[in-house]
Design a protein around this ligand. Structure first.
Ligand SMILES: CC(C)(COP(=O)([O-])OP(=O)([O-])OC[C@H]1O[C@@H](n2cnc3c(N)ncnc32)[C@H](O)[C@@H]1OP(=O)([O-])[O-])[C@@H](O)C(=O)NCCC(=O)NCCSC(=O)C[C@@](C)(O)CC(=O)[O-]
Length: 333
């Protein structure tokens, strides 16, 4: 327990010193994992590696690279070892992966330096979603995660926690803050340094996000232990993030070009686009350390590779602007 507290303390102080000003917002890029996990056609490993390498050069500090889940459940993430073995590691960037069980964490640890800087466990506020996603009840998952966290902490590996379906579930409908608070508390007690609150199907509105965050903060959970993870199914993600910032949240999960979706949440669209989040944050005067132009290039790279439309409104606007500028320049020459 002491070791867990020390790891938590170190991470909190690291977070505070790197973001000593309250206007720094950490962006947690989940594109290579949440963004790609739902792609039906297997994305070549070389594209994934190139994607992570390009993201690493945008100023992003946290990149979720892959997940150590069963390849029978999520085949797209089956090349986790190869991806991690091949990416370039940029100093100062934290590379992470999901680990749902002991098998997952042990595999990560067996990779040594070719592993990750931190891992994440993922629970849910909905019983049905938990069963569909990880094949067990919330209570059983908590017991499994306790073991995963112990193993990770023995190796000084920080653990992030996710709670999915924090305002709505594709199977159970509306989820109340009272269902979320105890799970967040359990994951924190276990030693997670931060809990990412997932609006997995993007049904949240600024009001439901406000009610949730106020309930968490009222229960004694500090806002610097929370992150917000929005999907944009109903176009509310940016408004929800703005609301979360108002309530003190300083870590936002997002996926470049708005890629993504959960295989076990039918109908849910992608994550909020990182480009849109950066534009919002810079517009509000927050610092992120992220170069928006470079990020737009990465978004275009991955959407071209996947033969998809770019899901970022900001990227599409900036790409149009670039094209107009090139046309004008060519006309002048
Ligand atoms: C959790 C399990 C494994 C339980 O699955 P299970 O079938 O109950 O597990 P099991 O222990 O009975 O094992 C069954 C088989 O899986 C293998 N296995 C077991 N564990 C592993 C592992 N770690 N790595 C590789 N293989 C593994 C194991 O070896 C065995 O293989 P077999 O003997 O049949 O050949 C499964 O349900 C699973 O992998 N689920 C995937 C869940 C997932 O990745 N979901 C998407 C991510 S969550 C998300 O997107 C939400 C989030 C985080 O983004 C936030 C938000 O938006 O809300």
């Amino acid at each position: 327990m002491l070791l867990r507290r020390m790891i938590q303390y170190n991470i909190t102080s690291r977070k505070l010193s790197s973001s000593s000003k309250n206007n720094f917002v950490r962006i947690f890029e989940v594109g290579p994992r949440d963004g790609l996990q739902n792609e039906k056609v297997q994305v070549p490993t070389s594209i994934k590696v190139d994607f992570v390498n390009r993201l690493s050069r945008t100023g992003l500090k946290c990149i979720e690279v892959t997940s150590f889940v069963s390849p029978k459940w999520v085949p797209q993430m089956g090349d986790h070892v190869e991806v991690l073995a091949t990416i370039d590691r940029i100093p100062g960037v934290c590379y992470s992966a999901l680990t749902p069980n002991v098998q997952g964490i042990n595999k990560v640890l067996s990779l040594g330096k070719k592993g990750v800087d931190e891992v994440a466990i993922f629970s849910a506020a909905s019983e049905t979603f938990s069963k569909k996603n990880i094949n067990c009840s919330i209570e059983t998952s908590i017991q499994r995660f306790d073991e995963v966290v112990k193993i990770a902490h023995e190796k000084n590996l920080p653990v992030r926690g996710y709670v999915s379906c924090v305002v709505g579930c594709p199977y159970e409908g509306k989820i109340s803050p009272a269902q979320v608070v105890p799970i967040v508390q359990k994951l924190l007690d276990m030693g997670c340094y931060e809990i990412s609150l997932g609006d997995t199907i993007g049904v949240g509105t600024p009001k439901s996000i406000q009610e949730l965050l106020e309930a968490l903060i009222r229960s004694g959970i500090p806002s610097d232990k929370l992150a917000i993870h929005c999907h944009d199914t109903y176009g509310q993600a940016i408004a929800n993030i703005a609301q979360a910032l108002e309530l003190g949240i300083r870590c936002v999960d997002s996926s470049v070009a708005g890629l993504g979706g959960c295989p076990y949440a039918k109908g849910a669209t992608g994550n909020v686009a990182t480009e849109d989040v950066v534009y919002l944050l810079h517009g509000l005067g927050y610092e992120t350390g992220v170069d928006l132009d470079r990020l737009v290039d990465v978004g275009q790279f991955i959407t071209d590779a996947l033969k998809r439309q770019n899901g970022s409104r900001v990227a599409n606007a900036l790409l149009c602007q670039r094209q107009d500028q090139t046309t004008t320049k060519n006309k002048q020459q």
